[in-house]
Write a protein that binds this ligand. Sequence first.
Ligand code: ZN
Length: 273
Amino acid sequence: MKTTTADADADLRAHEPDTREHVWSLHVLGTGAASAVDLGSSGAVLERDGVPMLLVDCGPGTLEHYLRNYRTQPSAVFITHGHMDHVAGLERLFHAAWFNPAQRGRIKMFMHANLMPILQARVADYPGAIAEGGANFWEGFWLIPCSRGFWLDGWWFDVFATRHHVPGTSFGVALRGCFAWTGDTRPIPEVLSCVTDDHTLVAHDCALIGNPSHTGVADIEREYPAELRARLLLYHYGSEADAQILRERGFKVAVPDGRYPLHVPQPVRAEAG
Ligand SMILES: [Zn+2]
């Protein structure tokens, strides 16, 4: 079929970011460490004008929480890493997608390519994705492996390595000038300085006490400059009492189901990738 200049222009526009005035926000669904079940599995939704754009992580209960809020399945998901408190909901999401002809193979599933063998083993390799047969697990999704980042609705999202267990197995996501979600990590000041700016809200793993795979508040105070500490939104803590202590130390701490206003992101062109 012949492609006209008008067709090409329309196609280009469809892939350009919509820079009109929109209200961007980060809806934090859950804020808990793996054992803090009452606070919900850590995960969040990037919203534009209240419409969900990207779900980050899908742990136990995340999909149910999402459906209660938005009455529809997510159209795009980013997975930070393969721990079960971040991916246990993927089997339910697969079933929801597979048995809905309008959704099957249409939910964009972004993850760093390094996670492919891990997620294959953790959630995809169970014999017989459905009892009736005829279903391949990944066929339920539109799987988009990435490395440096990915495009979604014309916006470039940076994907960055975090420090959590084995190197190269855990990743955060950032939309420049808007937000960054670290996923599980130790402090990564050198990374965050590359993917955030003065306007970026940085949602960061933080408990009262750090350990070899998670950040503690003393780590935050030691590793990050005041300018960055002021932009942090802490999550992945152990209890509401812990959250209160973090607040008393001067930090903004996310609450389950909290919505946080974001700065309008700056369009980034392809060379950023
Ligand atoms: Zn983890």
